[in-house]
Design a binder for this molecule. Structure first.
Ligand code: LLP
Length: 442
């Protein structure tokens, strides 16, 4: 491979460039971006763009790496459904023995419809669970309710009492630990809406354990998302471990510590192969404070399992220049992938096909969608090999918080989703039609 192609990001084993030779009269070949053994160009032609494409092998491998990193501790991985809730992906994970973290009645229904038997490995998080949602989860027989306030505790007691069914619970404590990430996705400080202040937790546990149909079973914590320094995870865990000691001293039964999710991924490092090293460091940080505590660790990873395993393929509609500034107007937009617009998030963007010879020039350009907002961009002032109208680009690391956050803004139907396993590509969600959008309106 030429040096340029090595600069081009690709995320093995899911997304790699392969060189194909063109006719003998033409110099150089083409670098073609594959998802496993399927060229993305082919998927784009067949299913249209914008298109989400996921690698099943990569999801499985990342799940396995996560699981292996924690092999020395009793643990259950409860994949955070909010990151990517496609039924096929949930089913794939359920088959591997994965549990699930849900935050709504809707997500619970998804999990149950992917695999009825997964209920006993479900944890239910969220600050605003309604009585209907609590009741549905009680009926399903989930593993753990992560309760986030005193009011919710009494609502759960009421619903459990009505069904005469015991509700296993943890309090989600707010450890007041700062973790460096985007302010919108940092959750572990006292000024955030999440959890119960750790200092007040003991009193609330005492109240909860007095209720007939409530069963204290654990402590839960989640400090935020896209956290790449593992130290704050360890700090939070140390505070939780202290609390567990106190709670046991108070006579509570603590079977579980739920460490939440939040392990970040390397959006800006194109060829990062370090996941097993990252997750091992994360496991060490969590394990240290837990030494000697006899508990089962629950983990709620979302992004780190599915993020790098998905791309959004989009086509260049127009090239455009305003004075000196260049734009690539593509057919994907903020409604399809909102992370750049909402968090100023960086996503690596690479051409789906690219000439292999060194004559390929690059340019600095914005990559923008057709939505009528200045915030509708995938990248600004990005250096990219020159591409033509009609060419395709892949927006990398779009497997988490991509499709789940897609909307119909500007009456744009949401993309299709395709899952690739080896040579096989399968549509796992059909492209929406405008008629789907109009249904239900008067
Ligand atoms: N558990 C709880 C209680 C959570 O709130 C979250 C994420 C997770 C687990 C999963 O975290 P992960 O492992 O995926 O970091 N839309 C944002 C991310 C929002 C995360 C919300 N909570 C983004 O696109 O960056």
């Amino acid at each position: 491979m030429s040096p340029r192609s090595q600069n081009l990001a690709a995320r093995p084993p899911g997304f790699v460039y392969r060189e194909t030779k063109r006719g003998i009269l033409r110099r150089g070949g083409l670098f073609v971006l594959y998802c496993e053994d399927v060229p993305l160009q082919k998927l784009a032609e067949h299913y249209g763009t914008p298109l989400y494409v996921y690698s099943a092998t990569m999801i499985r491998e990342r799940y396995d790496a996560f699981d292996a990193a924690f092999r020395d501790l009793p643990h259950t991985i409860c994949y955070s459904v909010k990151a990517n809730s496609n039924l096929t992906i949930l089913r794939l994970l359920a088959r591997k023995g994965c549990g699930f973290d849900v935050v709504s009645g809707g997500e619970l229904e998804r999990v149950l419809s992917a695999d009825r038997k997964a209920a006993k490995k479900v944890v239910f998080s969220g600050v605003g669970k309604t009585r209907e949602e609590l009741t549905a989860a009680l009926k399903a027989g989930i593993m753990l309710f992560n309760v986030e306030s005193e009011s919710e505790l009494w609502a759960l007691a009421e619903c459990a009492g009505r069904l005469r069914k015991t509700a296993p619970l943890a309090l989600r404590v707010n450890p007041d630990v700062a973790a460096e990430t985007h302010p919108y996705i940092s959750t572990g400080l006292h000024k955030h809406k999440f959890g119960v202040p750790i200092r007040e937790a003991r009193a609330l546990y005492a109240k909860g354990s007095g209720a007939r149909y409530l069963a204290v079973r654990g402590v839960s914590v989640h400090i935020g998302s896209q956290i790449t320094d593992v130290a704050p995870f360890g700090e939070a865990m140390a505070r939780v471990a202290d609390l567990v000691g106190e709670l046991r001293g108070d006579g509570h039964r603590i079977d579980y510590i739920d460490a939440g999710g939040g392990l970040g991924i390397a959006y800006e490092k194109p060829n990062a192969l370090e996941f097993s090293a990252d997750v091992a460091a994360y496991a060490r940080a969590l394990a240290a404070p837990l030494r000697g505590l006899d508990v089962r660790l629950l983990l709620e990873p979302g992004r780190s399992i599915v993020g790098p395993a998905g791309v959004l393929v989009t086509s260049v509609v127009y090239r455009k220049k305003n004075d000196g500034k260049r734009f690539l107007v593509v057919d994907g937009a903020m409604n399809d992938l909102i992370r750049p617009a909402l968090y100023g998030a960086y996503h690596e963007i690479i051409p789906v096909t690219q000439r292999a010879d060194s004559a390929v020039k690059s340019e600095v350009t914005d990559i923008v969608g057709p939505v009528c907002e200045t915030g509708d961009f995938f990248a600004r002032d990005r250096e990219l090999p020159v591409v033509d109208e009609g060419d395709r680009l892949a927006v990398l690391d779009a497997g988490a918080y991509g499709m789940v956050l897609a909307s119909n803004y500007n009456t744009r139907p949401r993309p299709a989703e395709v899952l690739v396993t080896g040579k096989t590509a399968k549509v796992i969600r059909k492209r929406e039609k405008v008629s789907d959008l109009l249904r239900g309106e008067m």
